[in-house]
Design a protein around this ligand. Structure first.
Ligand code: AMP
Length: 204
């Protein structure tokens, strides 16, 4: 199964991707995670990507496309999370593989700023949470690790990421609708309810 998970930053792609990957045994491929790993390890790609990621801009298509092609070379069941993000990237995917389904996590944009600026990620186990769920605690509820804020989850960078989404990524909704692959899911609900809908669609 080859799935694309579409949605604005903060729509819950990462949370749903972890659940989908476990339930349907597909490799979770998050370009954001791959880029952050490269940045952390100061690879050549990481050095080039950092200036874009820090500003909330998209990393150039050719870099991201090459990274994904290399990553999926020997994988035939996967879930793309945060990729493709431009029409160019979507066309490149169509050149090297056939996507089965595209799940669009649909959410009211007014919710996103608050979701993203309040998001915290565990530095040890990578679990994601939100300050409104922590009741003042500063440790991860899963493993007790230290909670961190992603460098690009500050207000100015989030604003830029949301603008980039509207201009460069939202057109993919139409692109995949035309291919009859798009399924819209209301993502403004509890993660468990969103997942139930995704599960029933992928079981079909
Ligand atoms: P994410 O973790 O998906 O929110 O991605 C974090 C950042 O990584 C984005 O704001 C972009 O700077 C970069 N990025 C992730 N995926 C892509 C992509 N498919 N194309 C270009 N840049 C990307």
């Amino acid at each position: 199964m080859k799935i694309v998970l579409l949605g604005a930053p903060g729509a819950g792609k990462g949370t749903q991707a972890v659940k989908i990957s476990a339930r349907f045994n597909v490799a979770h491929i998050s370009t954001g995670d791959l880029l952050r790993k490269n940045i952390k390890e100061s690879t050549e790609l990481g050095k080039k990507a950092k200036e874009y990621v820090d500003k909330g801009l998209l990393v150039p298509d050719e870099l991201v496309i090459a990274l994904v092609r290399e990553t999926v070379k020997e994988i035939d069941s996967f879930l793309f999370d945060g990729f493709p993000r431009t029409i160019e990237q979507a066309k490149a995917v169509d050149d090297f593989t056939e996507i089965d389904k595209v799940i669009n996590l649909d959410i009211n944009e007014s919710l996103l700023m608050e979701r993203l600026t309040g998001r915290r990620v565990c530095g040890d186990c990578a679990a994601v949470t939100h300050i409104t769920l922590l009741n003042g605690a500063d440790k991860c509820g899963v493993c007790g690790g230290r909670l961190l804020q992603r460098a690009d989850d500050n207000q100015a960078t989030v604003k830029s990421r949301l603008d980039v989404y509207v201009k460069q990524t939202a057109p993919l909704i139409e692109y995949y609708k035309k291919q009859n692959k798009l399924v819209n899911i209301d993502a403004g609900r509890e993660a468990a309810d969103v997942f139930k809908d995704i599960e029933s669609i992928l079981k079909q």
